[in-house]
Design a protein around this ligand. Structure first.
Ligand code: SF4
Length: 104
């Protein structure tokens, strides 16, 4: 499972650049560059969104990924040691991206 660093501070599940979701889905079936990917598990943090206090930040988590052209994609699972999800002002999932997406 990759060590995940997330810079998306506007996400409800982000805590100290870690994700509290336990597993995420990265989309980007036809991705050719990081900007063609996104974290589909993003939920915007707004003033009245309920924060599940049982969610705890994890350094490593399971990443399912649709970006099959990435060198780390093994049967739709991410095999990278470390990945970064970016998009620090995102208000929708499409404004996030897997910055670690790499093609050979
Ligand atoms: S590094 Fe590659 S395989 Fe891993 S989540 Fe990002 S795009 Fe998917």
């Amino acid at each position: 499972m990759p060590v995940l660093e997330c810079n998306v501070k506007t996400c409800l599940h982000n805590e100290d650049n870690c994700c509290c979701k336990g597993k995420i889905l990265v989309e980007g079936e036809r991705a050719a560059a990081p900007c063609n990917t996104c974290c589909a598990s993003f939920d915007e943090r707004t003033g009245d969104t309920f924060k599940n206090r049982y969610e705890t930040p994890d350094m490593t988590l399971a990443v399912s990924c649709e970006a099959t052209s990435c060198i780390y994609n093994k049967k739709k699972k991410c095999s990278a040691e470390h990945i970064t999800i970016s998009g620090n002002r995102a208000s929708v999932a499409g404004e996030t991206e897997c910055a670690s997406f790499t093609v050979s």
